[in-house]
Design a protein. Structure first.
Length: 233
């Protein structure tokens, strides 16, 4: 099946752009500095599981306030890792560590090639990112800002994925409807479940830690960004 959407939206971090070291590696480094000995793979798996778990919970609950979401994600991450400490103190220390670390931004493999080809084919594109208010700046740092009709940052918008309202803001800006829109992201919870809850088509950049069975409808699974072109007209 080939799609020809009228709008393509992207997650930002670890979908189009990563960092050196990557975000989940920085969480692992921070936890290690805070005296928590886990492997990097354990931390990465726990983060993906936590994202999946709380996205399901909060979509059912209907409370997707950004601060509530961030706390739930942090607590779920620590629970998945089996950490039994004062969550509030540890999450505060973790946040401080991450804020103080300014990594170099790097494009994900195949990102620039994909963006250039999508632009050549005439696809309008946008970004929907759970980020710190600097998504546009980060896009500029790696030379991709020009590709996007809009860049939505959760901190600036006061909304977070998987909140359907965040995706709906993108649809409104582009004057597109869900059936005409494809969202691409790496997190099964905030990206894929959020996109599907809004009625969008979705592409998931697979990882070795998850193998979700639902939803299957209107969801494509790819190993890398270059495979996205195989599902588009």
């Amino acid at each position: 099946m080939k799609l020809k959407p009228k709008l393509i939206t992207f997650d930002f971090g670890d979908t189009l752009v990563s960092s050196d070291p990557p975000y989940l590696a920085r969480i692992w480094m921070a936890l290690k500095d805070l005296g928590i000995e886990k492997t990097r793979q354990e931390v990465e798996k726990a983060y993906h599981l936590a994202d999946w778990k709380i996205s399901q919970e909060l979509l059912k609950e209907g409370n997707l306030a950004p601060q509530y979401y961030q706390r739930k994600l942090g607590v779920s991450l620590l629970e998945e890792l089996g950490i039994k400490r004062d969550y509030e103190q540890l999450l505060s220390q973790l946040a401080q560590w991450l804020v103080g670390f300014r990594p170099e931004r790097v494009l994900m493999p195949g990102a620039l090639k994909l963006l250039k080809e999508l632009k050549r084919r005439g696809y309008p594109m946008g970004i929907i990112s759970n980020n710190d208010g600097r998504t546009r700046e980060k896009c500029g740092a790696v030379g991709i800002e020009e590709f996007f009709e809009f860049i939505l940052d959760s901190t600036l918008e006061g909304m977070v994925k998987p909140d359907p309202k965040f995706f709906q803001k993108a649809l409104s800006l582009a004057e597109a409807n869900p059936e005409q829109t494809l969202h691409i992201g790496d997190l099964w919870g905030s990206d894929i479940l959020g996109a599907r809850a809004t009625g969008l088509w979705a592409v998931w950049l697979k990882n070795p830690y998850l193998n979700p069975q639902e939803p299957k409808e209107k969801v494509f699974r790819v190993n890398n960004l270059e495979e996205v072109l195989e599902i588009l007209e």
